[in-house]
Ligand binder design. Structure first.
Ligand code: NAP
Length: 499
């Protein structure tokens, strides 16, 4: 090696610590209004309640806008408008005509994708590369996918005659605000139902921007209504309204149980997409570097605020140490900070309440004797932040191994045999998703058949596609969203219950 080459190599070695220049996405594309009303009967109106609540940017705590809060009278207006729209304008429209509206919504989402991505990151705190590359394209894909079904419903259920059921109340959480609206609206509209959407109170802005798209797509008035407001009041009144035929809820198991109790005996349909505590299982023959990427994606994607997050990692004992070393090294490279920076891997936690919940559960892990590792990254001074965290020395009885943390916190446990992996993975009240990492196809099939989880990923994690059904077992809920299965909860088939 020449002197020049030696000098160059040594200079490169000294520069191993890479500093990224910031690459902020401009927020100018988003034109925020000071105040948003309710989207009722095809237009934005002042809430009858006269009340508004503030919605903020969790990365800075800056107020973004005021949003109208629907009271009981507003809920009643929304229900009547959706019922009239169903009876007079939507249910008898030929499927191919309904499809045209869904295609228009999908195309508008694509055309306005940068605006939606920036707004989603501003209001939720998620990194722009996720809202840009996952949330918004998937939301558009759901409308495209279900538009394709709208005129083919009789082929989806051969030998049966599908009928729409009426007005669907759709209650969504804050972790994927726009995407959850798409998961709910697209199948409801494709099957000839009308909808009332109640978005989560910390993240109403992209649902309201979607209402603008619905106006732009010229949907008949009342087919979609958007009424923000506090869950305990607006959500409760909506779910209890006699004109509601179906409730589609995504959120916590606790609220899911309340809804199930309230709906019992009313004849209303109900689907519940609830919490999770997924097992991500790594066998000794897995490609470890690939598994590390899957583990990181499984638990740090969207700050771990993901119902199907791989929050329990089970590692076969023989590869525990090399895997842990690789995982810690990878954690050290994650960039935590400004959600609008295109280099950011982990953004802000959605709210102070959620941050406090994460902190409390992490403290319980430390108190119960687990060993914590966090990279030494700097956190912004304002806003709600939590470092990517992993715990070793975790036992199955620890709260961090049993309870949904809904944050960037991974609990690592070990196993020796496949049977032990199955037993430990299924030892949870939840059953939403699972991951398996192994080179052996036969082991993937053996494990997948034994996992009590609605979705099982093999050598990947957190992959979503509109054509693939998603949903849970046990306390993770029931009913499926996505795919042909996602049509069923919105249809009466031959007058049967179809659920
Ligand atoms: P949450 O507190 O249950 O809230 C979900 C939605 O329900 C919000 O719109 C909320 O309104 C509303 N709500 C609250 N109380 C209600 C009531 N008594 N009646 C009717 N509606 C009510 O859940 P979250 O904290 O927003 O979301 C996190 C949870 O969602 C996690 O447990 C996560 O696992 C789960 N999740 C599941 C899936 C899935 O597909 N399985 C997907 C995403 C998230 P407010 O915002 O006004 O409180």
């Amino acid at each position: 090696m020449s002197e020049i080459e030696r000098t160059a190599t040594s200079a490169l070695e000294q520069q191993r610590v890479w500093e990224y220049a910031t690459a902020p996405e401009s927020r100018d594309i988003v034109k925020l209004r000071d105040r948003y009303g309710l989207f009722l009967n095809g237009r934005f109106v002042e809430p009858r309640s006269g009340s508004y609540f503030e919605t903020i940017n969790p990365a800075t705590e800056e107020a973004l806008a005021e949003v109208g809060e629907a009271n009981e009278e507003d809920v009643d207006l929304a229900a009547r408008s959706a019922r009239d729209a169903w009876q007079e304008r939507w249910r008898d429209l030929p499927g191919k005509e309904r499809a045209k509206y869904l295609y228009r919504i999908a195309r508008a989402l694509q055309e306005r994708s940068r605006e939606f991505s920036v707004l989603e990151s501003l209001n939720n705190g998620k990194p722009i590369k996720e809202s840009r590359d996952v949330d918004v394209p998937l939301a558009a894909a759901h409308f495209f996918y279900y538009a394709g079904w709208a005129d083919k419903l009789e082929y989806a259920f051969p030998g049966r005659v599908p009928h729409s059921i009426g007005v669907a109340a759709q209650i969504t959480p804050w972790n994927f605000p726009l995407l959850m609206c798409a998961w709910k609206l697209a199948p409801a509209l494709a099957t000839g139902n009308t909808a009332i959407l109640k978005p989560a109170s910390t993240t109403p802005l992209t649902a309201l921007l979607l209402a603008e798209v619905i106006e732009q797509a010229e949907l008949p008035p009342g087919v979609v209504n958007v009424i923000p407001g506090p869950g305990g009041r607006t959500g409760g009144w909506l779910a209890a309204h006699p004109d509601i035929a179906k409730i589609a809820f995504t959120g916590s198991t606790e609220i899911g149980k309340i809804l199930r109790r309230n709906v019992a005996g009313t004849g209303k349909r109900l689907t519940l997409e609830l919490g999770g505590k997924a097992a991500n299982i790594v066998f000794e023959d897995a490609a470890l570097d690939q598994a590390v990427e899957g583990i990181v994606n499984g638990i740090f994607f969207n700050q771990g605020e993901v119902c199907c997050a791989g929050s329990r990692l089970f590692v076969q004992e023989s590869v525990f140490e090399p895997l842990l070393d690789k995982l810690k090294a990878r954690l050290d490279t994650l960039r935590v900070g400004d959600p609008l920076d295109k280099n950011t891997d982990v953004g802000a936690i959605n709210s102070r309440d959620q941050l406090e919940k994460i902190e409390e559960l992490v403290q319980s892990g430390i108190d119960e004797g687990a060993e914590m590792y966090q990279p030494d990254c700097e956190l912004p001074e304002r806003g709600f932040w939590f470092r990517p965290t992993l715990f070793t020395n975790v036992s199955q009885s620890h709260r961090i191994a049993r309870e949904e943390i809904f944050g960037p916190v991974l609990s690592i446990l070990t196993f020796r045999t496949p049977d032990e992996a199955v037993e430990k993975a299924n030892n949870t009240p939840y059953g939403l998703s699972a991951g398996i990492w192994t080179e052996k196809g036969s082991r993937i099939l053996w494990m997948a058949a034994r996992m009590k989880a609605g979705v099982v990923w093999a050598n990947t994690f957190n992959r979503f596609d509109p054509s693939s059904p998603f949903g849970g077992y046990k306390e993770s809920g029931f009913g499926r969203e996505g795919g042909r299965h996602g049509l069923e909860p919105y249809l009466d088939l031959d007058g049967g219950d179809g659920a």
